[in-house]
Design a protein around this ligand. Structure first.
Ligand SMILES: *Cc1c(COP(=O)(O)O)cnc(C)c1O
Length: 464
């Protein structure tokens, strides 16, 4: 039997069981035109082939990871009910599941007396965390590194809070000296610490920032939308692990189950270590909160309607992959990191590349040999295009030339930014294919750099 038929059989069985629970109700006559549905879906399936192959290990471009079959099936099962986790009125069972997953995710980070909920994305989760930060230290600034997700600057604007940008060191991590200077200079209420930033996957030095908190009073918000689950990877290097191990001392945290947690999009999560912040959310609803005196999740979240199916999918996935150090789930993350390390090693040994940022997690950034910022950018674009011809899909990443010069003084800084190559190795299956992936990148690189003319002529324009 094909994978698809096995999955469809499980889905049919479980939906039948669900329907049985409501079999006391009279049947509804539905006049559904399945012929039309089929014909539309055939057309849509055809349109959907116009995508990069996100599900395949040859795709290592953006932060896209296929949901695990259990998550897809559980989501579809829940769709029969389409619960709404705003209030118990709209989703009794799925709200219970959400509370349970929140408890487990909180424990993973050492938050035992906090509060939190799922959100529709990391952006909304960060918005809620910074909104609470602004309530707790009004008018003071939010500080985040220049490599922090751009969302923090935007959210600060939305919230009307001042924003201070902290420089990164040459590894892409927040520069602790620069942070100290900024704490002296500005009224900083909250420092956003990114564990696994979007560009490099780099880990900000949380332990050192906690030590600074003894001297300067500020809140710490950890944006672990990407990297949070790596707390389970017991094979992390000591200097990285240290920062995960002190997460329990921060004020709030964001992790995205739809990034590394095997979930379909629509699943972020915000956690607070101290549940007393809940009063900021206090409001009444004239429509809902009637069915029970128990906590309605809408009472502690900014979003109203939220997909109960997301909670059902995450709950089911966490039953299959409990959040355990050294468990199956952590082994999957470990394989991603191993694949990234192999890619970095290949780049390092190649004469066509001058630099690689060694991955803290599973993201690799590297740059081809070139004599100036604009030449390197140009070659990066060409390699990116050429890789796609070998079915290898990587990403481009614009970094400040200043960061580049800290590693290589001998290039002409004719532009403020350099476009480099970037790969996110989020799937454990990359490891199986890594030699083939490296071979294809090597071939594409040789095409661009060794056959000269054809490629060198193809110029891209850059904004500086
Ligand atoms: C992806 C990401 C975000 C934004 O989350 P979305 O789920 O895309 O809204 C924020 N911060 C970091 C570090 C991320 O990687």
């Amino acid at each position: 039997m094909s994978k698809l038929s096995v999955e469809m059989a499980i889905l049919e069985k479980s939906i039948t069981k669900l329907e049985l629970g409501f079999s006391n109700l009279p049947e509804i006559y539905e006049n559904t035109d399945y012929k039309a549905i089929e014909s539309i879906l055939m057309d849509v399936a055809n349109k959907l082939t116009n995508n990069y192959p996100y599900f395949h290990p040859f795709y290592l471009g953006q932060m896209l990871k296929p949901p695990h079959p259990i998550a897809r099936l559980a989501y579809q099962l829940a769709m029969q009910i389409n619960p709404n986790n705003h209030a118990l009125d709209g989703g009794i069972a799925s709200s219970e599941m959400e509370k349970e997953v929140i408890k487990d995710i909180s424990s993973m980070f050492g938050f035992y007396d906090g509060t939190g909920h799922l959100t529709s994305s990391g952006t909304i989760a960060n918005l809620e965390a910074l909104w609470i930060a602004g309530k707790e230290s009004p008018e003071k600034a939010i500080a985040a590194s220049e490599q922090a997700h751009y969302t923090h600057r935007r959210i600060s604007k939305v919230l009307g809070l001042p924003f201070v940008e902290i420089k990164n060191d040459e590894n892409g991590r927040m520069d602790i000296n620069f942070l100290t200077e900024s704490l002296e200079k500005y009224q900083i209420g909250t420092v956003v610490v990114t564990l696994g930033n979007t560009g490099f996957g780099a880990i900000d030095p949380l332990l050192d920032i906690l030590k600074l908190r003894e001297l300067y009073d500020f809140r710490i918000h950890v944006d672990a939308a990407y990297g949070g689950y790596f707390i389970l990877d017991d094979s992390l290097e000591k200097n990285i692990k240290t920062h995960f191990e002190c997460i329990e001392y921060v004020d709030s945290l964001v992790v995205d189950p739809h990034k590394h947690g095997l979930q379909p999009y629509g699943c972020g999560c915000v956690l607070f270590s101290d549940k007393s912040i809940s009063h900021h959310y206090r409001h009444d609803s004239p429509y809902t909160y009637f069915s029970s005196k128990e906590l309605h999740l809408g009472e502690i979240s900014l979003e109203c309607s939220r997909a109960g199916a997301s909670a059902v999918a995450l709950y089911s996935t966490m039953k299959a992959f409990p959040l355990k150090q050294g468990g199956d789930f952590s082994h999957r993350l470990q394989k991603s990191r191993q694949a990234a390390q192999k890619l970095a090693k290949f780049v390092e040994s190649s004469k066509n590349y001058i630099t690689v940022w060694k991955p803290d997690l599973d993201i690799v950034v590297w740059a081809p040999r070139g004599s100036s910022a604009s030449e390197i950018s140009n070659i990066s674009h060409n390699i990116f295009d050429q890789c796609a011809k070998y079915d290898i899909h990587i990403a481009l990443f614009k970094i400040p030339t200043r960061m580049f010069l800290e590693k290589h003084q001998n290039i002409d800084d004719d532009n403020n930014f350099i476009t480099c190559l970037r790969a996110c190795l989020m799937k454990p299956e990359h490891l199986i294919f890594i030699d083939e992936i490296c071979n294809r990148i090597k071939q594409a690189t040789a095409d661009v750099m060794e056959s000269g003319e054809n490629y060198a002529k193809k110029n891209y324009s850059f904004d500086s």
